[in-house]
Design a protein around this ligand. Structure first.
Ligand code: BGC
Ligand code: NOJ
Length: 811
């Protein structure tokens, strides 16, 4: 069953039934000011950091789910209703939510009145702008009482949820003209405040939550709205909110726009006050003035749309598969921007207080984003590398506001360092900017410790070399990419977090075949980079370690039909036919086949066939099989999950593309394409009632074949799945690969594909690529011409900047 449809021309998903199986959300803003907004107007805003600078309050785990947001209440004399159906839940005559590229519109129609709320964060603006358009479609005069609503968060989202003995006494607001200012803690240590304005004289307001709602009412029935009159409350402590009251009289056929601005301001220490205790509002007023008419708002939205035209024009495809085209051209790229912005911090599954920017996560996110805005990718790489230590190890995450690393979700994950090589080489291949390698980058943000970024790559590589176990394979440390395979944890205390509890790595034999494969893949990238920049000795040194790793994998990592997953603390195999449960895992088989280990000997094909046989199912490829059915203290969190969920035999969509890419190494385009479609959201739209989460973005996990409800997805939006699937489809299936000196074309497709077209902007030139597959082959380029000229090999050389070139590829 579907709850809406794609509108590809407008790059929107249109939700026509507000009762989606889970809130279907969107993100506003992609620089400093951000909001999450659901299809019924739920959500919240923050500045840069969802934990430390939360602007409006949101209650995760609420009943009902997704209560609280940016609401408009309309009292039309007959009914009290909201354009997004919630929170009033008054039955609407019609409802439509359109989620687009960083904007959302929600339209409700009731009693002949149409109310459409547009939400977006204009470019380069520290504010969310809302335009409420009211239209009278009847023949009578309509008098509408409009109440806006936001609830302020007392800045630190963590303490806001727990320290009530203090919070209930600190709240402060100011009300001036039609603007409500939230200035809690401004007088002491903060230099920032927030505000909410409307571009009409307001006829009343409320800023005290309990006065607005009534102590015994919920979001669905504020007493002031029901009574049709605000109480002009001024918050002192308790829970400050902002609600404007505006009366609108509409003649038959008439319409009216109200513009609301929800903004954030920072003032310099010596410029904080207008007069004693009266905040300096200059900057707020300037922003409000930029959006004080509907025309200005429309112009800002047009600018945002043009900005997205530009971003999405870098890579577009035409394959004849509508569902594929809309993902690659629109939604998958959009999700990559969102994961770039938020890493794993703030979604409807990540509370915004637990996690910041992940070291491994943000590096991987770059492969889906780097072509969009390479300059921002560059800054991100420097920020990430700055949280590394001299031995190549690193903090697992950092807070976006401070950019300082922390150990709050654990440390000592031995896969982390290698991802920096991926992030950096992806950036250079896209941009051609080798100067980044010379950039001075500190360790642990310590001034004076700067070395070149290239040196950071060397210590990343050497971190694996210097941490090998008894089988010549990488020690896993706290965990590898699978942060639930906690081989040195041995936790028996339910109050311990698997992520942060003791890491008994001393004397441990826990080694990871996943890091081993990862090391071979990105180690080779490191070698290639060294050669390109003339560091031949370093290239040769590194190559020896890679060769040794390949040998160690063949010797100690092969189980006969697939690659084992790991060795545990005691040196026992994990993911082997000798194990009672979880005889096979996806990660090591993904990485070792991507690395092509044993390709000639048939190991790649065999491993992939075993994956197909044992891990594949209707909804995708599960992580391990058979699932763990009991707790293994020596394996940790992975065995804490019920079978079929998350890291215990869930379909972890992040690592399905590893197998797709592995299949392309073997040249089996049909298999890669089959796997791609199984988890691709536009292909699961028809089963939205089972799938549950948004059909326009990837979810981290779909319940696997051993789950209670196979096919049900969770954890949408913030997942490496976005970048990895984009990477797999564009670079390995369609095969358009940026390299240091040109665009390599290496498609690996299903034999029934007759061909496809790609427009790719690369290093200042535009390539119109036409791939033809006359003989129904799966892989291999027979000829390649650029503007009719035959080229040796399958790499389009860099063509003069500014030009447009026609490329024809025959498979
Ligand atoms: C989850 C992982 C996640 C980790 C982060 C675990 O409970 O299963 O997917 O990466 O927590 O803290
Ligand atoms: C989610 C985390 O964000 C990521 O870092 C990890 O690799 C996967 N879960 C797998 O455990």
């Amino acid at each position: 069953m579907k709850y809406g449809h794609f509108d590809d021309n407008r790059r929107e998903y249109v939700i026509t039934n507000p009762r989606t199986p889970w809130p279907w959300i969107n993100y506003l803003g992609n620089e400093d000011f951000f909001s999450l907004v659901s299809n019924t107007g739920g959500g919240y805003s923050f500045y840069k950091d969802a934990k430390f600078r939360r602007i409006t309050r949101y209650r995760y785990n609420n009943v009902p789910m997704d209560s609280g947001g940016k609401y408009f209440y309309i009292n039309d004399g007959e009914s009290v209703w909201s354009p997004g159906w919630k929170p009033c839940k008054t039955e609407l005559d019609s409802y439509e939510c359109r989620h687009g590229m960083n904007y959302t519109t929600i339209k409700g129609v009731k009693n002949g009145v149409e109310a459409e709320a547009l939400y977006f964060v204009p470019l380069k603006t520290w504010a969310e702008v809302q335009k409420l358009t009211l239209r009278n479609t009847t023949n009578e005069v309509k008098t509408l009482k409009i109440f806006s609503f936001v609830e302020w968060c007392l800045w630190n989202a963590a303490t806001d949820m727990e320290n009530f003995q203090r919070n209930f006494s600190t709240g402060e607001v100011e009300i001036e003209d039609s603007v409500i200012y939230h200035k809690t803690e401004y007088k002491e240590r903060r230099d920032h405040f927030a505000y909410y304005s409307v571009n009409e004289p307001m006829q009343g307001f409320d800023t005290d939550r309990e006065t607005f709602f009534g102590l015994y009412n919920g979001f669905d029935e504020p007493q002031t709205v029901l009574e049709g009159a605000p109480r002009n409350s001024e918050a002192h402590g308790w829970s400050p909110i902002a609600s404007h009251y505006v009366e609108v009289v509409l003649q038959p056929g008439e319409s009216k726009d109200l513009v609301y601005v929800l903004g954030y301001v920072e003032n310099a220490q010596d410029d904080k006050w207008e007069s004693k205790n009266i905040i300096n509002k200059t900057k707020a007023k300037a922003t409000i003035a930029r959006f004080d008419t509907a025309a200005k708002v429309d112009a800002a939205l047009a600018e945002l749309n043009a900005y997205w035209d530009n971003l999405l024009n870098v890579f577009t495809i035409k394959t004849g598969e509508e569902k594929l085209d809309r993902m690659v051209n629109i939604w998958n790229q959009y999700q990559c921007m969102i994961t770039f912005c938020f890493s794993r911090s703030a979604s409807f599954f990540e509370s915004g207080i637990g996690r910041g920017m992940g070291f491994r996560d943000s590096n991987q996110d770059l492969v889906g984003f780097v072509h969009q805005i390479p300059e921002r990718a560059r800054e991100r790489i420097i920020d990430i590398a700055s949280t590394q230590f001299p031995d190549g190890g690193c903090y697992h995450q950092y807070q976006p506001l401070t950019k300082k690393g922390n150990n709050e979700i654990g440390q000592g994950f031995n896969d982390d360092p290698m991802w920096l090589i991926l992030g950096t080489t992806a950036y250079i291949k896209e941009s051609g900017d080798f100067t980044i390698l010379e950039e001075p980058v500190p360790f642990d943000n310590e001034a004076g410790s700067e070395v070149s970024l290239f040196h950071h790559l060397t210590v990343s590589f050497d971190h694996v070399v210097n941490n090998l176990g008894p089988h010549g394979l990488p020690l896993s440390g706290r965990a590898d990419w699978n942060d639930c395979l906690n081989l040195n944890c041995f936790s028996n205390d339910p109050n311990e977090s698997f992520q942060t509890t003791e890491n008994k790595s001393e004397g441990s034999q826990a080694q990871s075949l996943m890091i081993a494969g990862l090391f071979v893949v990105y180690g080779r990238d490191y070698v290639e980079l060294c050669k390109v920049i003339g560091k031949t000795e370093e290239a040769a040194r590194a190559q020896q370690h890679i060769d040794a790793m390949v040998e160690a994998i063949k010797l100690n990592g092969w189980d006969g039909d697939w690659f084992i997953r790991a060795y545990d603390y005691f040196g026992n195999k994990i993911g082997s036919k000798d194990n009672e449960e979880s005889k096979i895992f996806i990660e090591s088989n993904g990485w070792c086949t991507m690395a092509g280990i044993g390709l000639e000997e048939g190991m790649v094909a065999k491993a992939l066939d075993s994956v197909k046989e044992r891990l594949d199912c209707e909804h995708g490829i599960v992580l391990n099989n058979p699932p763990f059915t009991k707790y293994y203290i020596e394996y940790g969190e992975i065995s804490s999950y019920p079978p079929g969920y998350k890291e215990n035999a869930g379909i972890f969509c992040h690592n399905n593309p590893w197998i797709m890419i592995g299949e392309t190494v073997q040249g089996r385009g049909d298999r890669a394409w089959e796997y791609f479609r199984k988890i691709c959201p536009s292909y699961t739209e028809e089963i939205s009632d089972l799938h549950k989460v948004e059909p326009y973005v990837y979810a981290q996990m779909i319940a696997g074949k051993d789950a209670f409800k196979p096919g049900e997805a969770k954890n949408s939006w913030l997942t490496g799945t976005a970048a990895w699937n984009y990477y797999a489809i564009t670079q390995y299936i369609l095969g358009i690969q940026p390299t240091y000196n040109g665009l390599r074309i290496e498609p690996c497709i299903a034999p029934e594909w007759k061909g496809f077209a790609v427009t790719r902007k690369f290093r200042g030139a535009t390539y119109l690529i036409e791939v033809k597959n006359p003989n129904g082959s799966m892989k291999g380029v027979a000829s390649l011409t650029v503007d009719g000229k035959l080229i040796e090999g399958n790499t389009i050389p860099l063509m003069p900047v500014g030009g447009t070139y026609k490329v024809e590829v025959i498979m």
